[in-house]
Design a protein around this ligand. Structure first.
Ligand SMILES: Nc1ncnc2c1ncn2[C@@H]1O[C@H](COP(=O)(O)OP(=O)(O)OP(=O)(O)O)[C@@H](O)[C@H]1O
Ligand SMILES: [Mg+2]
Length: 451
């Protein structure tokens, strides 16, 4: 009988190594190897072999999966239209961001629709959960609270009570008594995820798993958990601020990249149905160092404000800080500005921030970043009611972006009257009433559009 052996497992990619190394040979991350016990593999059971045979794709029976709205519009949107029977959903996020809150609120809505939820709490006692539910004004006979951390017990309870939905809060606190590894270790998490997947697929129960994110930004420890589950949702935003963004990073039953916006109040997470209204204030044109752009997240467009602070540096190496947009992209844009339009900022510290805790990773934000920096550096505000949308190439040329028309429509809806856009995008947009389009070929042309 093979015995468990000690290995060092990368917390990022899950690769096991017989000895400790500073750098993982699999993913190249540093200091990610931690002690772990590798359980021996079970020999393939003879009765399983030969039971299934390959089937032509055309002959596979097609069943449409059953989806049900949970009643929280922003959560339903991120899930691709509601919860799907037999799906395993991972919800991750920083400590205190609101994972348990949204799960309890969802359980409440589902209870109102007649669905039973088993809330397995490994982190908090039943009393703590009760205190939260009182604060949120939630009480229901259909929500069963189960403070348990042993996987086998949880499995039995699910088989006994047959809930429609299981919430496991959190996967790091649960352990299998059959594995000689601590809770939260890679083997335990993998084991728990395997069992939960079996429950979800075998019984049609919808399983939500809460996972913490480590400092490095992984669902602790393993990233591989993301591969195992059907849907991965991440809570983003500053836990000390009011707004939270729930993002679908992966979804086997819907579009990934979809986001939901919430506001955290003492009564729980409240949906923000019109995100544009929280990310901008007014139509700009008042202060320097600010430019507005319209971004696309999933199927939705909304406007965000890019702010830049440009100040004389006190260091030999000026500082470049980018909050909410790509840091290395900022360096590239500054180099392009210097080389292609003769704007020298090498004596300036530059901080770029997307207001409201929003993250914009698409290159369509380039023009707004550049305009906010130029506006901050020259101390000239942008013209009032102007949005800037466009990608900037290394030659300084403005490159077209996708969904330009949806972006412009959203800007018009919010009261904007002018847009700086790449000339190459003009063909893709029909004329919009009340919106003056200014086509730019090159980043140097943008300089003349500060007031
Ligand atoms: N009385 C309150 N009034 C307003 N907001 C509160 C109150 N109590 C808690 N909160 C908010 O709820 C957040 C905690 O929510 P929750 O417990 O759902 O987060 P979590 O992601 O599950 O955290 P953890 O990682 O600790 O499990 C706090 O950070 C705070 O923003
Ligand atoms: Mg919690």
């Amino acid at each position: 009988m093979p015995r468990p052996r000690l290995v060092y497992r990368c917390q990022a990619c899950g690769r096991a190594s017989p000895q400790w190394m500073g750098k993982c040979a699999g993913c190249g991350e540093w200091n990610t190897l931690e002690e772990d016990v590798e359980a021996p593999r079970k020999p393939a059971s003879p009765e399983r072999t030969g039971k299934s045979a390959p089937v032509p794709l055309s002959q596979v029976a097609s069943t449409s999966f059953s989806r049900r709205e949970c009643g929280i519009g922003e959560l339903d949107r991120v899930l691709g239209g509601g919860i799907v029977e037999g799906s395993l959903v991972l919800i991750g996020g920083d400590p205190g961001i609101g994972k348990s809150t949204i799960m309890l609120q969802m359980a409440h809505r589902l209870a109102l629709a007649g669905m039973a939820t088993l809330y397995v709490s490994g982190e908090e006692s039943a009393v703590q959960l009760r205190m939260r539910s009182e604060r949120l004004g939630i009480t229901s006979e259909r929500i069963l609270v189960y403070a348990e951390v042993v996987l086998e017990e949880i499995r039995e309870e699910i088989a006994r009570s047959r809930p429609d939905v299981v919430i496991l809060d959190s996967i790091q606190s649960v352990y299998s008594a059959g594995l000689d590894a601590p809770p939260g270790s890679v083997s335990q998490i993998r084991e728990s995820a395997g069992v939960l997947m079996e429950i979800a697929k075998g019984t049609g129960t919808v399983v939500f798993v809460v996972g913490h994110v480590t400092k490095e930004g992984w669902i602790a420890g393993p990233k591989m958990l993301e591969h195992l589950v059907d849907t991965v949702l991440y809570f983003e935003g500053d836990a000390s601020g009011a707004y939270r963004i729930l993002r679908a990073v992966k979804n086997r039953f819907g579009t990934s990249g979809e986001i939901g916006v919430f506001e955290m109040k003492s009564t729980g997470l409240h949906e923000v149905r019109d995100p544009s209204s929280i990310f901008i204030h007014g139509l700009g044109g008042e202060v320097s160092g600010s430019a507005v752009m319209a971004t696309i997240e999933g199927s939705r467009a909304f406007v965000v404000e890019v702010q830049a602070l440009v100040s004389r540096t006190a260091y030999s190496m000026p500082r470049r800080i980018s909050i909410g947009s790509d840091q290395s992209r900022l360096s590239v844009l500054l180099a392009v500005l210097e080389k292609r339009s003769g704007v020298f900022l090498s004596n300036s510290d530059i901080v770029v921030n997307i207001a409201g805790g929003m993250k914009v990773s698409e290159p369509a934000v380039d023009l707004a970043v550049v305009m906010s920096i130029l506006s901050g550096s020259l101390d000239k505000p942008m013209k009032k009611g102007m949005v800037c949308i466009g990608e900037i190439g290394l030659g300084g040329e403005l490159r077209p972006v996708n969904h330009m028309e949806s972006r412009l429509r959203e800007a018009v809806r919010m009261g904007f009257t002018g847009a700086l856009i790449p000339a190459s995008n003009l063909d893709s947009v029909s004329s919009l009433k009340g919106m003056q389009l200014i086509a730019l070929q090159h980043v140097r042309d943008a300089l003349g559009h500060l007031s």
